[in-house]
Design a binder for this molecule. Structure first.
Ligand SMILES: [Fe+2]
Length: 151
């Protein structure tokens, strides 16, 4: 791969890494502060989303390293220009948790799909990684959408 190509792929993977790290934090925030009659099932579901976010962050960072670039996990890059708005503080009602996390998943899916367009023709291996992440993210979003409708 040309160095400029490697750089652009690593840049896309770094942006995904940042979004996954923030999604993980926000998912735990919701996991801790949720209240309401559907507490337990949503509390537990949020840990599935958290596990995905953590795995995707780790895989993105390690792919960046495999491309001979470096991953940046510093807090300043996470807060500089965040894709995801901050979560509300205090207790969060279960129906609100569903819509808050769904909204964040939709933002990430859109951003990751846009970045994928740049990676797709440049590096099939990184593109495959992102495909698998989108598959899981869109599955989580589908489940949250279905839950919201059923409420
Ligand atoms: Fe927990």
């Amino acid at each position: 791969m040309e160095p400029t190509t490697t750089k652009s792929v690593s840049t896309a993977l770094q942006a995904n890494l940042e979004d996954y790290l923030v999604l993980g934090l926000q998912t735990k925030h919701a996991h801790w502060n949720i209240v309401g009659p559907r507490f337990l099932e949503i509390h537990e579901f949020l840990d599935d989303v958290y596990a995905s976010a953590q795995t995707f962050a780790d895989d993105s960072a390690e792919r960046i390293r495999a491309l001979k670039s470096t991953a940046n996990g510093n807090l300043d890059v996470l807060v500089a220009d965040p894709l995801l708005p901050a979560m509300p503080t205090g207790e969060i009602f279960d129906a609100d948790v569903l819509s808050l996390i769904l909204h964040r998943l939709e933002l990430i899916i859109e951003a990751v799909r846009t970045r994928l367009e740049k990676v797709e023709d440049a590096d099939v291996v990184s593109a495959d990684l992102i495909h698998a992440q989108l598959l899981a993210l869109e599955k989580h979003a589908w489940m949250l959408r279905s839950w919201t409708v059923a409420a």
